[in-house]
Design a binder for this molecule. Sequence first.
Ligand code: UD1
Ligand code: CA
Length: 456
Amino acid sequence: MSFKGIDMSIDVIILAAGQGTRMKSDLPKPLHPLLGKPIINYVLAAAAPLVDNPPVVVVGYGGDQIKKSLGDQARFAEQADLLGTGHAVQQAEELLKGKSDLVLVVYGDMPLVRTKTLSDLIETQKNNPGPLTLLSLEEKNPRGFGRISRDSTGKILAIVEEAEATPEQLKITELNAGMYCFKADWLWQSLSKLDLSPKGEYYLTDLVEMASREELSIASVSAEDPEELLGINTRVHLAETCLVLRHRINHEWMLSGVSITDPISTYIDSDVQIGQDTVVLPNTYLQGSTEIGKNCTIGPGTRIFNSLVGDHCEIEFSVIEESRIENGVDIGPFSHLRKGAHLGPGVHVGNFGEIKESYLGEGSKMGHFSYLGNAQVGKDVNIGAGTITCNYDGEKKHQTVIKDGVFIGSDSMLIAPLEIGENASTGAGSVVTKDVPPDTVVVGAPARQIRKKTKK
Ligand code: UD1
Ligand code: CA
C-alpha cells in the first residue's frame, strides 16, 4: 500500500531526439524497422497501457519524419539543440508541468522493455518518499552504460557516466538502464538546476546525485531480464535486438498452440496473428499485418506479407503479398500472389502461378505456370497450363471475366477486355480476342467458335 494512495496520475516521456550517429544512416534511429515496426513503436506500445494520455516523444534529429510516422499515438516536444538527456526531458515541461503526479522517462532506443518492468518502476516510486526510482541491471558487460554508485550502506549516491568514471568505478557491474520514474514537481524544479557535464551536455543522470545530496530517498528496481534493456546504438545492436525479439515472438506462438519446426529460421513480425494448430515450417517469413487461420501448414520457404489466410490452407515455397486467401486453399510450390489477389474457398494454385488484382471463385484450379491479372474468375473454373491474361495493351490494364464452370485450355492467351461465358471452353493454344458466349467451344488464333456444348 502506498502511503499516498495509489491513484496517482502519470505521464510518460520517451526520449528520441538523439542523432543516432553510430547507425550511419539517413533514417532517424527511432524509425529503423524491427520485425515490421519502427523501433520507437515498441517503446510506445510498452508504455501506452500505463497512462491515460498519449506519451510525449521528445524529437530532434529527423523530428518531422518521426511525427509523421507516429501520428496521434503520441504528443511531441521538440529539442532543437541536442544538449543531453536532461535537456531533452526539459523540453516536455511546457506540455506536462502541473498535469501529473509522476513522470516516467524512457529512452526511445530500448524496444525490448516490457510493460511489467515499467509498471514495477511506477509502483516502486508510488511507495518511495523520495523523488525518484531508477531501473538498474546487473551485467558483466557494461556496454557503455552509466554505473550506479552506492555508499557502504547501499544508498545510491550517483550515476557515473562511463566517460567520466574512475578505473575503480568502471568495475561496478550495477548499471543504469536509463528508465526512471520521477515525482513530477521535483523533476521540473530540479532540471533547471542541472550543470553542464564535461561533455557539454545536461545529463538527466545528474539528478540522481542531486537527490542524494539533498538527502532524499532514491529507490531502484532491478531488471529481472537484462535482455529487455538492450539499447540500439549501432546496426549490430539492431540485429541482436531483432534476434531476441524474434525468439520472444516465436516462443509466445508456440505456447499458444502454433508449431514452429525451426524457430531459428522463422521470422514472425510482431503484429502477425496465427490460429491454433497451424504449423510453420522452416525459412518462413510472416510479415506486417498478416493473419493466418487455424490448422494451416505454411512453408517451408514462404513469405507472406500483409495478407489474410483462412483455416486449413497449405502454402509451400511461395510469396504472398497483400492478398486474401479463404479456407482450404493450397498454393505452391513456387507461386506468387501479388497485391489484390483473392482466392475463394478450396482454390488450388500449383507451381509457377502469378496472380495480381484477381479473384478466383470457389473450387477453381490453376495448376501450372499461368498468369492472371485483373481477372474475375467464377467457381469451378479450370485454368489450363500456361494460360495468360493479356491484361495490358501498353497503355491501360483491362479486365478479363471468366464465368462459372469454364474450361480454359492449355496455353490460352486471353486478350482483355474479355468475357468468357458460363461453361464455355477454349482449345489448347487459343488466342481469344473476342467475348465467348456461354456453353461455347472456341479454338485457334484468333479463336473461333467451333460448336455449342450440349448440356449434360
Ligand atoms: C544514457 C545514460 C546512461 C545509461 C544509458 C542507457 C545519460 C547521461 N546517460 O547514456 O547512464 O546507462 O543511457 O542506455 O542519460 N537523447 C535525446 N536528446 C539528447 C540526448 C539523448 O533525446 O540531447 C535521447 C536519445 O535519442 C536516446 C536517449 O536519449 O534515445 C539516450 O541517449 P544516448 O545518447 O544514447 O545516451 P547514452 O550515452 O546511451
Ligand atoms: Ca544509448
